[in-house]
Ligand binder design. Structure first.
Ligand code: D5M
Ligand code: FE
Ligand code: ZN
Length: 542
C-alpha cells in the first residue's frame, strides 16, 4: 500500500467508524501485522466507542489474543460518528508511543519578524522523559472546544436590499470612527463648512475618492454620516506616500488646517484605526500548539495528496503530540465553476464528491485533535463576505471528525488565544492596490498587516471583493486578535504587526495553469505551527 502505516491505520479505523488518538494509532502501527491488529480491535471494540485510546487498544488486543481463535463473529455495526451523541471512550490514557520514528518533514524558521520556534532535529530526538515512557502523558491530547465570536453563521439577516448596504456601511463607520474619535478632536463634515478659514480641524470619514491634482498633489475625499469633505495631501510632505496605502471605503482621520476660504482641509497628518502599540497578546497556560493550514483544494488535479498524507502522518508521531488544534482557513475543495475553464483541471467534477473526498482526508487527522474550519471562495457557500459556515448537507458530509465549522471571517479562541481566521480574498486587492512594493505575493503578511492597521478584513468594496449587506459589518476587526490567520494567495507568509502574529498558511495545491500563466509560484505543503504558550511559529514543510 502506498500510504505509510499510521495513516493507513487511522484510515482503516475510521472506515470502520472509529476515531483513535495518536498513541492508539502508534500502538497499532507498531504491531507486527497492523492490518490484522486493526481488524481485531475493530471487531472487539464496543459499538458506542467513538474514540479509541491507547488503553482501549491495548485491552482489546489482549482480549483478542487471549481469545486466540480468529474472529468468527461478523464485524460490529460501526457507530454513527457524524452525530455527537455518544460518549467518547476515555482518551486520557498513558501509553508507550515512542516506537514509531517520526516522519521527516523539514522545518524552516519562520521568516520576517516572527521569532522561530523549536528546532526540529532536537525535538525529533527528545528522550523518554518527556514522552514515551509509561509515566508520560503521551496519548493525552486534551484540547478544549474553541469558543467562536464574530461569526455570521446563523445570524445573516441581509435581504440584498439597498437599505442593507446603507446599514452595513453605517455600522462600519460607527465602529471604526469610534476607534479614532478618542484620539482626534474631529468635526462632522457639515460643521466644517461653518468654520472660519485657517482653523485647525479634523475629519473622521470613509475614503470616498482619491485623485491626483494637475500639480501632483493628492485630493482625498472623506465621507461621514453628514456629507463629504475634501482634504489635500501635498506631494512634498515626507509622509505623502501614505496615500499609496489608502483604499476606498476604509475609515481614516485627517487632521489639518482649513483653507482661507474654507472648503478644503490642508492635511497635516493621517490616522488609521490601527492596533494600539501597547497590545499585549494572550497566551496559553500550558505547552500546546495549533497547526494552521488552508487551501486544500481537494478535487483539483493539482491537489497535493501525498503531501497531505505526510502531514497527517506526522500528526500521528510523538513529535506532533502538542499539536492539539488544526485550523483550516478555507478552500477545502476546488469547487466547480469558480474560475473560467476550471473544469478542465478537475479531478472530481461533482462538488459533493469533492467534499466526501475532503472528509476522507480529515479522517487521517488524529481523532483527538480539535479542528476548526472556515469556508473560502472555492467552497460551496455564498461568495459575498461574510460567508456563513456550510449548510447542513455539507456539514454532514464533513461530519466524520466533528470539526467545528464556522463562517468567514470568525474569531476562534483556542486555549485563551484569539485567532482571527479570514480566508483572504481581499489580499489580492490590497496587493494590487498598495503602492508599497513590500506588500506583495512574496510577503502576504505585509498585506495582512495593512488589514490590521485598517481594522477591517476587506476594506474596499467592489472590484474583486463582494460584500454581503448585513445589519452589522462582520468584517470590522473590532477586537485585536493575538494571531491573524489567512490563506487564499497560496503563499507562505509569517510575520508580526504590533505584537499580533500574522500567518498566511500556503496551500496544498500544486501550481495551476492559471498560476503558471501569471507567474505565481505557490508554497505547497506548508503547515505553520503556532506555539500557543509563546506564540512562536515554526513552519513545517511536507
Ligand atoms: O486563489 C489562489 C490565488 O490565485 C489567489 O491569489 C487568486 C489567484 N487566482 C487563481 N486563479 C485565478 C483566476 N482564474 N483569476 C484570477 N485570480 C486567480 P484561489 O482562491 O485558490 O483560486
Ligand atoms: Fe485557494
Ligand atoms: Zn481562495
Amino acid at each position: 500500500m502506498p500510504d505509510s502505516t499510521p495513516v493507513r491505520v487511522a484510515r482503516e479505523l475510521t472506515a470502520r467508524g472509529y476515531n483513535a488518538d495518536r498513541a492508539a494509532v502508534t500502538l497499532l502501527a507498531d504491531e507486527p501485522d497492523p492490518d490484522a491488529a486493526v481488524e481485531r480491535v475493530a471487531d472487539a471494540a464496543p459499538d458506542d466507542a467513538l474514540t479509541l485510546s491507547a488503553d482501549d487498544v491495548r485491552a482489546l488486543l489482549d482480549d483478542a489474543n487471549a481469545d486466540d481463535a480468529p474472529a468468527a463473529t461478523p464485524p460490529a455495526e460501526p457507530p454513527d460518528t457524524t452525530t455527537d451523541g455518544g460518549a467518547p471512550a476515555d482518551v486520557s490514557a498513558t501509553a508507550d508511543a515512542s516506537a514509531t520514528p517520526p516522519a521527516d518533514p523539514t522545518s524552516t524558521d519562520a521568516s520576517s519578524g516572527a521569532t522561530s520556534g523549536r528546532e526540529s532535529p532536537t525535538e525529533a530526538g527528545t528522550p523518554d522523559e518527556t514522552r514515551g515512557g509509561e509515566s508520560a502523558n503521551a496519548g493525552g491530547r486534551t484540547p478544549t472546544p474553541p469558543a467562536v465570536a464574530e461569526d455570521v453563521t446563523g445570524h445573516s439577516t441581509g435581504t440584498g436590499e439597498y437599505g442593507d448596504f446603507v446599514t452595513v456601511f453605517r455600522d462600519r463607520y460607527e465602529r471604526l470612527s469610534k476607534k479614532l474619535r478618542g484620539r482626534i478632536n474631529h468635526r462632522p463634515t457639515d460643521a466644517l463648512d461653518a468654520m472660519p478659514g485657517g482653523s485647525d480641524a479634523a475629519i473622521v470619514g470613509m475614503v470616498n475618492d482619491i485623485r491626483s491634482t494637475a500639480s501632483g498633489h493628492w485630493l482625498v475625499e472623506l465621507e461621514d454620516t453628514n456629507g463629504t469633505f475634501p482634504a489635500l495631501i501635498m506631494k512634498d510632505r515626507d509622509w505623502a506616500d501614505v496615500v499609496d496605502e489608502l483604499l476606498l471605503d476604509e475609515v481614516i482621520a485627517i487632521e489639518g488646517t482649513l483653507a482661507d476660504d474654507g472648503g478644503i482641509l490642508f492635511a497635516d497628518s493621517v490616522h488609521f484605526p490601527d492596533v494600539p502599540r501597547t497590545h499585549r497578546p494572550n497566551t496559553a497556560d500550558r505547552h500546546v500548539q495549533a497547526a494552521l493550514v488552508s487551501d486544500v483544494h481537494v478535487g483539483s488535479q493539482e491537489f497535493a495528496g501525498e503531501r497531505w498524507d505526510a502531514f497527517a502522518d506526522w500528526l500521528h508521531t510523538p513529535e506532533a503530540e502538542a499539536v492539539e488544534y488544526l485550523l483550516v482557513g478555507g478552500d477545502m475543495v476546488e469547487g466547480v465553476g469558480v474560475y473560467p475553464d476550471q473544469d478542465e483541471e478537475l479531478d472530481i467534477v461533482d462538488v459533493y464528491e469533492q467534499y466526501r473526498a475532503f472528509s476522507e482526508r480529515l479522517k487521517d487527522v488524529p481523532g483527538d485533535m480539535e479542528i476548526v474550519m472556515i469556508p473560502g471562495n472555492h467552497d460551496a457557500v455564498r461568495l459575498a463576505e461574510p460567508q456563513p459556515g456550510f449548510d447542513e448537507e455539507l456539514r454532514e458530509i464533513m461530519g466524520a471528525h466533528d470539526a467545528r465549522i464556522v463562517g468567514n471571517p470568525a474569531t476562534v479562541t483556542v486555549e485563551g488565544v484569539d485567532v482571527l481566521m479570514y480566508h483572504g480574498v481581499s489580499l489580492d486587492e490590497v496587493i494590487a492596490e498598495d503602492g508599497d512594493e513590500s506588500v506583495s505575493y512574496d510577503a502576504p503578511h505585509n498585506a495582512m498587516a495593512r488589514l490590521l492597521k485598517k481594522r477591517h478584513v476587506a476594506p474596499q468594496y467592489g472590484g474583486r471583493m463582494r460584500v454581503a449587506p448585513e445589519e452589522k459589518d462582520y468584517l470590522v476587526i473590532d477586537d485585536v486578535p493575538d494571531v491573524f490567520h489567512t490563506g487564499h494567495v497560496h503563499k507562505l507568509g509569517v510575520g508580526e504587526y504590533r505584537n499580533v502574529k500574522l500567518v498566511n498558511s500556503g496551500s496544498w495545491q500544486e501550481q495551476t495553469a492559471f498560476q503558471k500563466s501569471v507567474n505565481i509560484d505557490p508554497d505547497v505543503g506548508t503547515a505553520p505551527i503556532v506555539d500557543l504558550d509563546t506564540l512562536d511559529i515554526t513552519v513545517r514543510k511536507f
